[in-house]
Design a binder for this molecule. Structure first.
Ligand code: G3P
Ligand code: CA
Length: 260
């Protein structure tokens, strides 16, 4: 049976903010997601060459900035000088890669909750887990807002569990394990995330038979989202915070027009 009191207490997490409508993982994408009614934001954190924390998904800068090369090989000053918006649309200017501190402040100011994914650099998993946990312990308002940490690396997640045992964790996978409860216990996770393309009817049966909390990424089709949520999945990661709006298409068109 799925948990009756899940950690993620809303059907949707806005994947990298309102990333269908604004440059992903920017403060503007968070603010827009909040305006669209999101309760949870998912984002990605990495460590720079000078041991600072920045919010960006790809290990390399090319896709979402005008920079090039690995994030981990650039200083914070170098990354802050980059344009993080014009790749999304030529009218968008002045967007930066946020620091984790700025991003968390924006989440809290907008009364949101956070899934923070640690983007591990293979070989440096423990360093990254230590650095992120230390900063989160200093800046997260645990008494007011909900948070869970996530990652694809078991090594990273185990280190997070050691550092911050009271903060919930999600293990990110491609497909549902044969025995999800055992898998989660091995990795110290309370939530399992899987990729939608691997979720078939057999996977949904396994989900319903498990006591774990499941999230599915990344779903931008409203009918698919509703089907998964009615089939035992606890939450959906989506680029579109308006996904479950009744008047879907029209609301989305209005939102897009507002962004022009
Ligand atoms: O937890 C899974 C979710 O974070 C997926 O995000 O980074 O693979 O798009 P990503
Ligand atoms: Ca992510």
């Amino acid at each position: 049976m799925p948990p009756s009191n899940p950690i993620v207490d809303a059907p949707l997490l806005a994947h990298r903010g309102a990333s269908l409508y604004a440059p992903e993982n920017t403060l503007q994408a968070v603010e827009l997601a909040a305006k669209m009614g999101a309760k949870w934001i998912e984002t990605d954190v990495q460590v720079t060459a000078d041991n600072e924390l920045v919010v960006i998904h790809d290990l390399e800068l090319e896709r979402t900035t005008n920079g090039a090369g690995f994030v981990a090989l650039h200083t914070l000053e170098q990354i802050r000088a980059l344009d993080a918006g014009s790749w999304f649309g030529n009218k968008i200017s002045g967007y930066q890669v946020p620091t984790l501190q700025e991003f968390v402040a924006c989440i809290v100011d907008n009364d949101l909750n956070l899934q923070l994914e640690l983007k591990e650099l293979p070989g440096r998993e423990n360093d990254i887990a230590d650095r992120v946990c230390s900063e989160i312990a200093d800046i997260w308002p645990f008494e007011r807002r909900k948070l869970f940490l996530s990652g694809f690396s078991e090594r990273c997640l185990k280190r997070v569990a050691r550092n911050l045992p009271d903060v919930p964790r999600a293990i990110a996978l491609l497909c549902i394990p044969e025995d999800p409860d055992a898998y989660a216990a091995e990795t110290g996770a309370q939530i399992i995330h899987v990729q939608d393309k691997f979720v078939d009817e057999e996977a949904l049966r396994t989900i319903r038979a498990s006591s774990m909390e499941f999230g599915v990424a990344t779903v931008n089709d409203p009918e698919r989202a509703k089907y998964l949520l009615n089939s035992g999945v606890t939450s959906i990661l989506t680029d579109d915070p308006l996904l479950l709006e009744q008047d879907g298409v029209e609301t989305r068109l209005r939102a897009l027009a507002h962004q022009q």
